[in-house]
Design a protein around this ligand. Structure first.
Ligand SMILES: [Zn+2]
Ligand SMILES: [Zn+2]
Length: 280
């Protein structure tokens, strides 16, 4: 399948997502990848991987990614993953090293929920709990921006310069939630986490769309049904909501219309189906 693409205000992401089959999304400018259930060759160049959970449709590429980067003498990648699966991954990777007969070079980071991690000087992330059938986390990426403190907003430029010269800190750094990525989850991931609802872009799984699998069944399997997004439409503060992980039971050609017809006005124009261009 050809890759899917999405851009919003200069931020570009691409990848592939098919529910239960494969999901991986990269944001090249952030040198960041969410999940690796598929191996387009470009992903090898991305040096940070945030893994939501261990289901193979999201994680099968982990050893290959690490192995390829080691063989190509690329910088050891940073692989962030839920702390509850950290030990298992350490074992899996050392078994693969034995099979391959050389040493992998990588940094494996256990992620505890609601703790800030720095990715670079201006980017950080925090994980929020998702509700799936195995240990799992969703990730929110923050951009650090310098803003004038509220009390100085109305001052003239010359006055601000004078204050700065006198050693007054007139600005402060704020972390703005730019993008959240859900992995697989029930809707509670959105409802319980303010920063997820406020992220400028929310990449959200929406595995089921119609009555062939209803909300109850979707929830039993730890997934979101489109009806739940519609029912909670007022909760979403995001500028854009990118739906991923559609079940293979729906033909990609039919998905945009199936989604569009259910969306309330408040969500119309803000929802994007993450599908290859030819299906949009
Ligand atoms: Zn999945
Ligand atoms: Zn899963």
């Amino acid at each position: 399948m050809s890759p899917s693409r999405f851009s919003h205000k200069g931020l570009h992401c691409e990848g592939i997502s098919e529910g239960g089959i494969r999901t991986s999304l990269i944001v090249p400018t952030w040198r960041l990848m969410f999940d690796i259930g598929v191996l387009p060759i470009d992903t090898i160049r991305i040096e940070n991987l945030l893994l939501t959970h261990g289901h193979l449709d999201h994680s099968i590429g982990v050893p290959y990614y690490i192995s390829q980067r080691s063989l190509q003498n690329l910088k050891p990648p940073n692989v962030y993953l839920p702390d509850r699966i950290y030990e298992t991954y350490k074992k899996i990777l050392s078994e693969y090293e034995i099979l391959e007969g050389f040493q992998y070079r990588y940094n494996l980071h256990p992620v505890t929920e609601k703790k800030m991690f720095d990715l670079s000087g201006h980017l950080s992330f925090q994980a929020f709990p998702t509700h799936h059938r195995v240990p799992s986390l969703g990730y929110t990426i923050y951009e650090k921006t310098k803003k004038l403190k509220k009390e100085y907003i109305d001052l003239e430029k010359s006055e601000l310069i004078r204050l700065k010269e006198n050693g007054v800190l007139v600005s402060e750094t704020r972390s703005v939630p730019m993008m959240s990525f859900s992995g697989d989850t029930r809707i509670e991931y959105v409802l319980e986490n303010e920063d997820v609802r406020n992220s400028k872009i929310l990449v959200l799984e929406c595995t089921y769309l119609d009555s062939s699998r209803d909300v109850k069944r979707a929830r039993e399997w730890g997934h979101i049904h489109l009806d739940e997004i519609v029912n909670h439409a007022d909760e979403f503060e995001n500028e854009k909501i990118v739906l991923i992980h559609f079940s293979k039971r729906y033909h990609p050609k039919k998905i945009p219309a199936m989604v569009e017809e259910k969306l309330p006005d408040s969500l119309k124009g803000r929802v994007h189906c993450f599908l290859p261009d030819r299906f949009l």
